[in-house]
Design a protein around this ligand. Structure first.
Ligand code: ACO
Length: 276
């Protein structure tokens, strides 16, 4: 599949920032099997795309994503177990595995509705910038289902526990400001500032040495299930592994610029990188 073949998503590139856009605005970017197949294809390609320094996941129109497409993903695959299995695998693959393990920083730019199954990709990304008036909802209970797939697991990992149960049990919608308070989002801004706030975060991340950034996000995820001694051992090995892949780190560029050249203050910002 090439980018030109996509009918349910689109890709836009802006100086190192790749916007991956769910593009079914008339269906509030509900996720159909066809959309899942295209997203899986796109994510696999973008993971190896040198032009993608930061990946931004967003939605066309009024919605970020209204969750799984009730008609195409659930009803129309009910009598077709092979298609159900295939679309379920693709859905999990891109929304959790590929996004969670994406080699570059990932940002959700939440422009509107975010419901149900969309919480999985919301929790898989590294950072979330949201419009203050975006509407979030764990509407599963309203359908008579529990937050399935891995959504309940996502909530337990990402949200403050009392709030996770409250919103999962009541299905009550909440806005972008509340998403920050409960631990789902980093920054909430007025809708008209959403793009510039996302872009500013992307540019900030692009100034950090990418090997350190990737190593940092991998480390924070990996240590979660470890004992303190395991984490200490793992982090020591991880730092060596990061340094072995990057000359600037190996040469301790930051340390020499601070101590010898006195050319910058590491507490206040990153050193100037030699390569982009
Ligand atoms: N699945 C299938 N179609 C959907 C979905 C969805 N999750 N969400 C919206 N649509 C469709 C509607 O059926 C409608 O299609 P139509 O024009 O052919 O009738 C179109 O998108 C527009 O939807 P409206 O309801 O007319 O749009 P509105 O802006 O008034 O409301 C809202 C948007 C609040 C998102 C509403 O559509 C809604 O409640 N959708 C369901 C959200 C939800 O509960 N998602 C969780 C699904 S369960 C899961 O993900 C596991």
């Amino acid at each position: 599949m090439s980018e030109a073949d996509y009918k349910n998503i689109k890709i836009e590139r802006e100086d190192g920032v790749t916007y991956l856009v769910l593009n079914r605005p008339e269906k509030r970017n509900a996720m159909s099997p066809a959309l899942h197949y295209e997203m899986e294809d796109a994510m696999l390609a973008l993971a190896n795309d040198p032009e993608t320094k930061v990946l931004v996941l967003t939605g066309a129109g009024d919605a970020w994503s209204a969750g799984q497409d009730i008609k195409l993903y659930f009803r129309e695959t009910a009598g077709n177990p092979a298609e159900r299995k295939r679309s379920n695998a693709a859905s999990h693959h891109w929304r959790w595995e590929l996004l969670n393990e994406f080699p570059r920083p990932t940002i959700a730019m939440v422009n509107g509705y975010c419901f149900g199954g969309a919480f999985t990709q919301l929790c898989a990304v590294d950072f979330v910038v949201t419009a203050e008036d975006a509407v979030y909802g764990l509407s599963e209970v309203n359908w008579g289902i529990i937050p399935g797939g891995i959504v309940s697991w996502n909530l337990a990992e990402m949200m403050l526990p009392r709030h996770a149960l409250y919103y999962a049990a009541t299905g009550e919608p909440f806005d972008g400001k509340r998403a920050v308070e409960v631990g789902l989002a980093n920054i909430a801004v007025p809708a008209e500032e959403l793009k510039s706030a996302t872009d500013a975060l992307a540019r900030k991340l692009m100034k950090i040495n990418p090997a350190v950034l990737t190593g940092t996000k991998e480390a924070l995820r990996a240590v979660k299930g470890m004992t303190v001694n395991q984490a200490r051992d793992y982090l020591r090995a991880k730092q060596d592994s990061v340094a072995s892949r990057d000359k600037e780190i190996k040469d301790r560029k930051g340390m020499s610029e601070f101590l010898d050249e006195k050319s910058y203050r590491p507490g206040l910002g990153p050193y100037a990188r030699e390569t982009g």
